[in-house]
Design a protein around this ligand. Structure first.
Ligand code: DGL
Length: 272
């Protein structure tokens, strides 16, 4: 395996670009190949078996590109199919759960940690299990926030917007009442609601972004495996989707936090 091979990142759709944004910042000399399963999104409402089947196909597509590492940027995939991928893949794998849990354990002071994600993520209790494995004295408060995903996809994210703040209050009130001092944003889409969530929870609550923690963790894994790129330039990322790329640029720009200049290719994911 060459250190100049790409890192493969995938997600149920385009939300995983919030993680790509962090990878480009933390690992600017790495080539990124991204697959967004836009034809089958959302995963967060699906059964465990379906999520596992999709995850194996998504990773299989990335392996065809000879990636040196596979990253599931998706909170749902990491929670439900993480162990399966770690066992099956011939290259290093990371999801978002473990790196994010490590950071939460390090930063909490009162040992009360909140976790928000899709229904599948919360029902899997992946974060609670991981957090308690690292520190059994931590109290974990989990909350599924399914309406956050369509809010973000429709751009209803402003912290002055009454609709945004009503949904935020509805979901996060129990976590605020329980006095969490650390809140894991356990879904690709949630970093875009950071301001709204922070306004509601209060400045004293630390918000942990799973994409950023995963990029930092991936850098450590690549270093340990002697797989960090030795290039000096910044390679162009490559993007693949499973539905028509029409409208990709505007939505992708929202998640990536900058204009998309790059080409995107549609593929048939059922073939993998
Ligand atoms: N990417 C998913 C996650 O992070 C959110 C969207 C979906 O439900 O597929 O859990």
């Amino acid at each position: 395996m060459s250190s100049e091979n790409a890192i493969g990142v995938f997600d149920s759709g385009l939300g995983g670009l919030t993680a790509v944004k962090e990878f480009l910042r933390v690992l600017p000399h790495e080539k990124i190949i991204y697959f967004g399963d836009t034809g089958r999104v959302p995963y967060g409402t699906r059964s465990r078996d379906t999520i596992k089947k999709y995850a194996v196909q998504d990773a299989g597509f990335l392996l065809r590109h000879k990636v040196k590492m596979v990253v599931a940027a998706c909170g749902t995939v990491s929670s439900v199919a993480g162990e399966l991928l770690r066992e099956q893949l011939p290259v290093p794998y990371t999801g978002v759960v473990n790196p994010t849990a490590y950071t939460a354990v390090r930063v909490t002071r009162n040992k009360r940690v909140g976790v928000i994600g899709t229904a599948a993520t919360v029902n899997s209790h992946s974060y609670r299990l991981r957090l308690n494995k690292l520190d059994p004295t931590i109290q974990v408060f989990e909350q599924a926030c399914p309406l956050f995903v369509p809010l973000v996809e429709n751009g209803i994210i402003n912290h002055h917007d009454i609709i945004t703040m009503s949904v935020v209050a509805r979901y996060l009130s129990p976590l605020r009442e329980n006095g969490v001092d650390t809140l894991i944003l356990g879904c690709t889409h949630f970093p875009l609601l950071r301001e709204a969530v922070s306004d509601f929870m209060g400045k004293g609550v630390r918000l942990i972004d799973s994409g950023l923690e995963t990029a930092v963790y991936a850098a450590k894994v690549l270093e340990r495996e002697h797989l960090l790129s030795r290039r000096y330039e910044t390679p162009q990322p490559e993007f693949f989707v499973s539905d028509t790329p029409d409208g990709f640029k505007s939505v992708a720009g929202l998640f990536l936090g900058r204009d998309m200049e790059h080409a995107v290719t549609q593929i048939d994911i059922e073939a993998y």
